[in-house]
Design a protein around this ligand. Structure first.
Ligand code: PLP
Length: 379
């Protein structure tokens, strides 16, 4: 008899979103949702226009499968806008449907015995991906809430996310330089998730390739999701430098894309291209500023109330430390009693216990409502 894939059972952690929804559904009044990890503004006009034009073109001319690694027009725009100064070339850019799937897929390229370093708390896809692919050597890197220094032990693969979800903190240049040097010393590969790069303040490295030597040790993933409002459209990219393991990683990733993908849809790639035009960058940048304005207002409002809060300067997430001895779920319940929805930190790893995550992907009215609700809190 056929058996199901037991690796799926190895994901023992509870899925927190259905649990949150169930609790919110029981709450008697409308809630103030600060748990949102999704965009809350409509699509920018320049992207909408480009997508509509691409669809109109397809009404007149057949546009079939595109290149499995992405259209050159989008790769060239990505290089011109983000990477030309770091010596990355267009054939090192791979257009994909999303960083979530990419972050799981990249570790498929490496052997089962590889030891994987995972931040804790972390974006859950990285650890779930390791479990699903049977990578049993996992090494926790406590991120409580600041990024850790590289460890003494040798890690083969390391997931780093900066600016970081869920802690909302970005890695400064000196520490990133030490991680790159560590990877060089240990022949490790860093998977660098830059999904929130657009939110970082100027002193923070937006790309790991800003660090000398990173092309020999790092794969970088970026997404249009939060940067240009593509969560409902789906477009991202992976940079795989040819220097990694003497070209072997680039060759394998190319092969993987050819085997598993038939490309991202033409209209969506046209939309992504439009987000990199002068007008597109202005509109997308205004949305990023809008989210960071709400994040700042929330952060400052909480700090004025003496609340210990982390993050929210380079990333639209705030990481809130619960009172001593109060668990993430207990604190979630306490906030929900006052109508505020947060995300329990335990959902991002064991070291997330005792924290909740708040999001700045909200309106000014939501921020105000949350701050108004807070004086009622028994802290
Ligand atoms: N990486 C991080 C750190 C994220 O927080 C998210 C979404 O919340 C993603 C990746 C997902 O990106 P995408 O929408 O491109 O799959």
């Amino acid at each position: 008899m056929v058996k199901v894939n037991a690796d799926y059972h190895s994901i023992a952690r509870p899925f927190i979103f259905p649990m949150i929804e169930a609790k919110v559904a029981k709450h008697p009044k409308p809630v103030i949702n600060l748990g949102i990890g999704d965009i809350s503004l409509p699509l920018i006009p320049t992207v909408a226009k480009a997508i509509k034009e691409a669809v109109h073109k397809m009404e007149k001319t057949p546009v079939g499968y595109g290149p499995s690694t992405g259209y050159p027009f989008l790769k060239e725009a990505i290089i011109e806008n983000e990477y030309h100064q770091y010596g990355i070339s267009t054939d090192e850019v791979f257009i994909t449907e999303g960083t979530k799937a990419d972050s799981i897929a990249v570790q498929e390229l490496f052997c089962q015995s590889a030891c994987v370093g995972l931040l804790d708390p972390t974006y859950p896809a990285y650890s779930d991906g390791c479990l699903l692919s049977g990578k049993t050597h996992r090494f926790p890197l406590p991120c409580t809430p600041y990024f850790p220094e590289p460890p003494e032990e040798t890690l083969d693969l390391i997931y780093l996310c900066s600016p970081n979800n869920p802690t909302g903190i970005a890695m400064h240049r000196e520490l990133m330089t030490r991680w790159v040097a560590y990877a060089q010393r240990h022949n490790s590969i860093i998977f660098f998730d830059g999904a929130y790069a657009a939110f970082a303040t100027p002193s923070i490295p937006k790309s790991i390739y800003e660090i000398q030597g990173a092309r020999q040790v790092a794969i970088e993933m970026r997404s249009f999701s939060k940067t240009a409002g593509f969560t409902g459209l789906r477009c991202a990219y992976v940079i795989v430098p040819k220097e990694l393991l003497e070209g072997k990683v680039h060759a394998l990733w190319t092969l993987r894309q050819n085997i598993k993908c038939n490309g991202v849809s033409y209209p969506i790639q046209c939309g992504a291209l439009a987000s990199l035009s002068q007008e597109g960058k202005k509109e997308a940048g205004a949305q990023v500023n809008y989210y960071m304005t709400q994040t700042k207002a929330l952060r400052e409002g909480l700090q004025e109330r003496g609340i210990p809060i982390f993050g929210g300067i380079d990333c639209p997430y705030l990481w809130w430390s619960a009172p001593q001895g109060v668990s993430s779920w207990q604190f979630f319940d306490l906030l929900l009693d006052h109508g505020i929805v947060s995300i329990p930190g335990i959902g991002f790893g064991l070291q997330g216990e005792g924290y909740v995550r708040l999001s700045g992907f909200v309106s000014p009215e939501t921020v105000q409502a949350a701050l108004d609700a807070l004086p009622l809190l028994i802290y």
